[in-house]
Design a protein around this ligand. Structure first.
Ligand code: AMP
Length: 508
């Protein structure tokens, strides 16, 4: 739905601003940036982009550390009618070569230390390179400081692209998810209402901004609400607990919550100014949810989304925030669960493939029409790749990625079911169940377990505890007790790494 003359996300964000002097962003060094400042900064940067030859529809790729100028670069790119393409700061030059070659941006922005290497890669696709360091300094901000703040936002239509975000791609090639101006605007506006954001909110922003969670959910929701964010370069539990005294909302990945729980300063008292804690990007253990409620008196609000779809479901603001569930579909979003083989819709509580349709769902994968076609049903539903069920109250429960399903001896084994059993054992912190090649069974169910220091948890004790609780075909063939599970920056357990690590245990 269009409420302004221009569908450009930037116009929808800022055209109807009634009080430009309000605070938009606060930095750790005390710098305070009003909405008017932010718009002027985006104007300067947009003028630089245009001067550097960025045209409407061009991609602007950015591998930059989190900083306010990096956020401004996103806003300026969108404002100039170009397509913002953030890249994980962990990517090596070798990996960047794939993304830059695939996306063919006209401009690449990177850390000054990487300019030489990136320059060689960018030259192959005829892209220019500008620099932006973690301290906000570089050729880009240097040029912006000389540029005019006046810029006429380029008119765009709802379905025009605003951003391309590459999926993390743990199997196969990473794919560029094409997101339109309306995909982003409509989803953020929906969340503003659902989560009751107002201009009085102050968000603790500690997420990275190369990912949908920190870039779109956290930043766009705050800006649409005319609220303020405290922009932190990274997650720091001590500092976050201090900031809670004057903030109202935090959005985090589950690791934020488990790490904050380890801090003695977390209490009802230290969180009493906060009104909302949101979690997403990976499953929040039901135990973490309960422990958080007991310690702080706040029930974490868990939601479910993905790069391709923005946010799909959320636990309610009022009403039950159910531990282990990701809530109901957001307004305008349809969610169904289907048989992965036949595509038939399944009954309540049956486990199958989660499919989603709505204004939030992306426009397809960049330059991969076949892949795009394969992941959409004819009636427009996107096949998420997540397995789950919808319960009698309409809440969605995720049981894992489809590709993590273990097929042992021809039987489907859902890792989450076994993980939940193991996680409930005394002394266990968490676990990951994977399938690894097995000559007899195809895949052997394998459990990797993390326990409290000194807890007497062993392979034998886990197997003994599971015996009789699980059907034989679901029983792990091996259990490994480890110090920690491999996770990416968004808190997702990297099961592909575990599968590699244990790939030869059955077939030597
Ligand atoms: P990404 O595209 O990196 O945001 O990853 C999206 C994937 O993260 C989804 O397809 C889910 O597998 C997972 N995910 C996101 N939110 C949740 C959640 N609340 N609970 C469980 N898995 C989640």
């Amino acid at each position: 739905m269009n409420t302004t003359a221009n569908d450009n996300l930037f116009s929808r964000l800022f055209d109807q601003l009634d009080d430009p002097s309000r605070l938009a962003i606060e930095e750790l060094d005390g710098t305070r940036i009003s909405y008017a400042d932010l718009i002027a900064r985006a104007g300067r940067m947009a003028n630089v982009l245009v001067a550097r030859g960025v045209k409407v529809g061009d991609r602007v790729a950015a591998q930059t550390e989190k900083s306010v100028p990096a956020l401004v670069l996103y806003l300026a790119t969108v404002r100039a009618g170009a397509v913002y393409l953030p890249l994980n700061t962990a990517y090596t030059l070798n990996e960047l070569e794939y993304f830059i070659g695939d996306a063919e941006p006209s401009l690449v922005v990177c850390d000054p230390a990487k300019a030489e290497g990136v320059g060689k890669i960018a030259a192959k696709v005829g892209a220019r390179v500008e620099t932006l360091g973690a301290d906000g300094k570089g050729s880009l901000t240097e040029a912006a400081s000389q540029a005019s703040p006046e810029f006429r936002t380029v008119p765009r239509e709802n379905d025009d692209l605003a951003a391309i975000l590459y999926t993390s791609g743990t199997t196969g090639r990473s794919k560029g998810a094409m997101l339109s101006h309306d995909n982003l605007a409509s989803n953020s506006l929906s969340l503003v209402g659902y989560w009751r954001f107002t201009r009085d909110d102050v968000l603790i922003h500690a997420l990275p901004i190369y990912h949908t969670h920190g870039l779109f959910v956290a930043s766009n929701v705050t800006l649409f609400a005319r609220a303020a964010m405290i922009f932190l370069p990274k997650f720091d539990p001590e500092l976050i607990i201090k900031l809670m005294a004057r903030a109202t909302v935090m959005m985090g990945v589950p690791t934020f919550y488990t790490r904050l729980l380890q801090h003695p300063g977390l209490s009802k008292e230290s969180t009493k100014h906060m009104r909302l804690f949101v979690s997403g990007s990976a499953p929040l253990l039901a135990d973490t949810h309960r422990e958080w409620s007991a310690r702080t008196g706040h029930a974490v609000l868990e939601r479910y989304g993905m790069t391709e779809t923005n946010m799909n479901t959320s636990n309610p603001y009022d009403g039950d925030r159910v531990p282990g569930a990701v809530g109901r579909p957001l307004p305008g979003v349809s969610v169904r669960v289907t048989d992965p083989e036949t595509g038939e819709e399944l009954a309540r509580d049956e486990i199958g493939m989660i499919e989603v349709r709505g204004p939030n769902v992306f426009k397809g994968y960049w330059r991969m029409p076949d892949k795009t076609k394969a992941e959409f049903r004819d009636d427009g539903f996107f096949i998420t790749g997540d397995l789950g069920r919808i319960d009698g109250k309409g809440y969605v429960h995720i049981v894992g990625r489809g590709k993590d399903l273990v097929i042992s001896g021809g039987f489907n084994v859902y890792p989450k079911e076994i993980e939940s059993e193991i996680d409930a054992m005394p002394g266990v912190i968490e676990s990951a169940v994977i399938g690894v090649p097995h000559a007899d069974f195809g895949e052997g169910v394998t459990a990797v377990v993390v326990c409290n220091k000194g807890a007497p948890v062993t392979e034998a004790s886990v197997l003994q505890a599971l015996d009789g609780r699980l059907a034989k075909f679901k029983m792990p063939k091996r259990v490994f007790v480890v110090e920690e599970l491999p996770r990416n920056a968004m808190g997702k357990v990297q099961k592909n790494i575990l599968r590699d690590t244990y790939s030869k245990i059955y077939n030597k």
